[in-house]
Write a protein that binds this ligand. Structure first.
Ligand code: SF4
Ligand code: SF4
Ligand code: SF4
Length: 376
């Protein structure tokens, strides 16, 4: 229909009324860069990196907040747009300790700025987000280096007291994705923008550490942060995307079945993220699913069935343990009937296992004494 078509980079492109230019372009396979945009939340147009040129408009417009309209002529990579994006990137790089993109003249030496940041952070690594940072990726894409504008004089703005998350607000670009992730996606409402003007920063509980706020350490804000301002404590500088492999799995904790990526480096899980494009969680995880994987490597973990003998347990094979359970169940049922036994299934089991358990008790044993342990 003519009313639902606009021109995108010279090509007639259909759109659904109500779609933004960003959404319509995405549906047509045209990628417009974003930093503050978070799928499924209200757009703010805060970072301006998605600006596009609309013929007849006085200024460049943010594609994430501008609705597509019939007859509109939009250019997503015109010289004006590219120049604006370069300036935005230079300003963002100069807004904090973005030392990875600050290169000395010949690209081989560290700049004074990089040296100062590395010294204050007490590491020879440039940034924990190196290789997994949207700002860095866009700086490379648009060939932008730090240094056009003077970098800040301040050192790291580190909050290192939280159990799961390290915050370094000296690398925060104030995109607001963490606030949206916390308030609109997880609805935990633990963090918000605080202060005003150049003092603006992300705050929790009146600018106190996350541990002293309503934060439940779900880590949604970490997954949403496009730069190195929010980092998983355990992954920190250790995880590097080019060294790790990503393995998809189902969370082992409860029956919801959240989809996870395990980031495995040197044979060990170093971090866990939610799978954005998959149901049921669409990228979200709770504190257990995201951070509670250390038990895998615990030396206290049970690795074989144990059979009690008096006050002690001894290790047994699965065959021996299962035979013993079957024998004891049969003996009790023979003596007192099927209602003398009961089954408790683990709530961490998958639905299929719980189904089999109730089938065993109802159909094979003949009792309705079946329940599950609610503790997850
Ligand atoms: S946050 Fe991103 S742009 Fe800034 S120093 Fe780290 S990797 Fe570089
Ligand atoms: S960890 Fe979860 S609750 Fe805490 S600030 Fe981040 S999104 Fe909010
Ligand atoms: S902490 Fe990260 S997600 Fe939050 S505003 Fe800063 S850069 Fe954006």
């Amino acid at each position: 229909m003519a009313a639902d078509v606009f021109t995108l980079n010279g090509r007639e492109t259909p759109f659904t009324p109500g779609q933004t230019i960003l959404e319509a372009a995405g549906a047509a396979g045209v990628r417009i860069p974003t930093l503050c945009h978070l799928e499924g939340t209200l757009p703010t147009g805060a970072c301006r990196i998605c600006v596009v040129e609309v013929e007849g408009a006085r200024t460049l417009l943010a594609a994430c907040t501008t609705p597509a309209a019939a007859g509109m002529q939009v250019h997503t990579e015109s010289p004006r747009v590219v120049a604006a994006r370069k300036t935005i990137l230079e300003l963002l790089l100069a807004s904090g300790n973005h030392n990875c993109a600050a290169v000395a003249g010949d690209g081989a030496r560290w700049t004074d700025f990089q040296l100062r940041v590395a010294q204050t952070e007490k590491t020879a690594d440039l940034c924990p987000a190196w290789g997994d940072c949207r700002l860095q990726e866009l700086a490379f894409q648009y060939q932008v280096h730090a240094g056009t504008y003077a970098p800040p004089d301040a050192g790291p703005d580190l909050e290192d007291v939280n159990p799961m998350i390290v915050r370094d607000l000296s690398r925060c670009i104030l995109c607001g994705r963490c606030v949206k992730a916390c308030n609109e996606v997880q609805v935990n409402k633990a963090i918000s923008f605080g202060y005003r003007g150049s003092r603006t920063r992300i705050v929790a509980a009146g600018d106190r550490p996350l541990i002293e706020s309503d934060c439940v350490f779900c880590g949604e804000c970490v997954q949403a942060c496009p730069v190195g301002a929010l980092v998983e404590r355990k992954a920190g500088y250790a995880w590097r995307p080019w060294k790790a492999e990503r393995i998809r799995t189902t969370c082992p904790y409860c029956g919801v079945g959240c989809q996870q990526w395990l980031h495995v480096q040197d044979g060990k899980i170093v971090k866990v993220t939610g799978v954005e494009e998959a149901a049921p969680n669409r990228g979200r995880l709770c504190v257990k699913g995201r951070f509670g994987y250390d038990f895998i490597y615990s030396p206290d973990r049970l690795r074989t069935p144990l059979i009690r003998e008096g006050e002690d347990f001894r290790e047994a094979s699965w065959d021996e343990a299962l035979d013993l359970v079957a024998e004891r169940l049969k003996a009790v049922i023979a003596a007192h009937g099927p209602d003398a036994v009961a089954g408790v299934s683990c709530a961490r089991s998958i639905n299929e296992d719980s189904y089999q358990m109730q089938k065993l008790f109802r159909a094979a044993i003949g009792t309705n004494n079946i329940d599950h342990c609610a503790r997850t």
